[in-house]
Structure formats: C-alpha cells, structure tokens
Design a protein around this ligand. Sequence first.
Ligand SMILES: Nc1nc2c(c(=O)[nH]1)N[C@H]1C(S)=C(S)[C@@H](COP(=O)(O)O)O[C@H]1N2
Ligand SMILES: [Mo]
Length: 234
Amino acid sequence: MMRRYIYLAAVVTVIVLVFYFGSMNDWFSINNNNNASVDSVTEATENRYKEMEIREYNGIRLDPSVGPRDNSISGIQQVDVNDYQLKVTGLVNNPVTFSYDQVLEKESFERLIILYCVEGWNARVLWKGVRIMDLIDDAGISEDAKVVIFHCADGYTTSIPLETIENKDMLLAYSSNGITLPESMGFPFIVVAEEKLGYKWARWVNEIELSNDVQYKGYWENLGYPNDANIGNN
Ligand SMILES: Nc1nc2c(c(=O)[nH]1)N[C@H]1C(S)=C(S)[C@@H](COP(=O)(O)O)O[C@H]1N2
Ligand SMILES: [Mo]
C-alpha cells in the first residue's frame, strides 16, 4: 500500500515539475520573442531611411519619410513628371496649370512637421516645398471660395478650409529630409497638412480645386472620419 502512495507522489511531483519548468521555458521564449521583435522593428525603421536622407535637423532626430507600411487606397502611384500637370481649378478667376518645374521655381520653404496617422504611427520629417497660397493666388481666388479640395493621381480626395491653408501657410512639399519626395510619400507633391491627421496629407496631388462646398467630404471623411481632422480629436 505504502509503495503505491510513494509511486503516486513521485508521479505527481514529476508532473508538477514538468509544468513548472515548461511554463518557465514559455516565459523565457516569450521574452526572447519580444526582444527579437523590438530589434526587428528597429531594423525595419533603419531600413526605411533612403540613401542620402538626412536623419537629424538642429539636433532633432528625423524619422524616415517613408511610413512603416503603405495604406494608400490604390497602392503607390507612379507619376511621370514629364507629362505631369498640377491644375488650380474651380472658384478661381482664371484656372492655371503648372508643370513640375514651374512649381519648383516658386519660393521655397522648409519646415519640421510631424505627420500623425489615425493608425497610431507618426513621423517627424523635414519638409521642403512651396506655399499652397502662392499657387492659388496665380489663379486668383473668387470671393465665394471657402474650401480647397485636393485631387490625387489615385482618385483620392480630401479637403481643407481655405482659411486654414492661409492661416497656417500650408505647404505643398516636393522634398522630405533633404531628398526628392519618395514615390511612396506622394511624388511629385504632398500636402503638408500641419496639425491635421494623416488623411489630410494628400499625396500625388494633381489638382487643387477651390470650392464653396463646406460640407465636402473626401475619401476617408466619407467613411466617417472627422472632417476637421484635428490632432487630438481622435
Ligand atoms: N493620394 C492619396 N493620398 C493619401 C492617401 C491615399 O490613400 N491616397 N492616404 C492618406 C493617409 S490615411 C495617410 S495616414 C497618409 C500617409 O499614408 P500611408 O499611411 O499609406 O503612408 O497619406 C494620406 N494621403
Ligand atoms: Mo492614415
């Protein structure tokens, strides 16, 4: 009888030990996995920097201008600058069309601005571009224009009140972190929608339309995202 109890106790002890060390092992491997994924994220971030892209500005670290993954509605667009045109249309006195070079001839401005995406990532990037107002002024604004609708090569649209563009002196950028704007970031042009969520940062812009439709909803706005898109509202 006694032998049977000893045998049972031994079996139970072995089972307990197996579970104990087994779970410890799991615990270690979970930790190791965590370390591994932290490392691979860092490496992935590292890999996102393009050759020649500057990584620091006035002692402030810059993020890679290409985001962690592409969520564009129709993938990355390839725009040929040789037959590219940027149009200013709608409620203007005389619609104008700029070539890529004509946009680059305008006075340029450089600004360090963070892009916040609703998906939770952000990127601090040094942008260089022209004032959107300088492009619009060439067309002459009609008195009833209230909103600027940006149209893009992939059919994406988004809008920003004219007043906001004026007050913030918003830029249309052709360069990020010292290099030509990468294709994935909207080459040739991206709207630097300072203090607005990522979906206002129209990429591959090919038309700037002035409108009085203050209710206008772009692609993501139409799917329920707030039209003001202020950072912190989300
Ligand atoms: N033309 C165009 N511009 C666009 C988008 C798009 O799909 N098409 N996506 C917007 C969104 S939601 C964000 S967060 C930023 C950055 O897009 P990414 O997250 O795909 O890099 O670009 C914005 N501009
Ligand atoms: Mo986004």
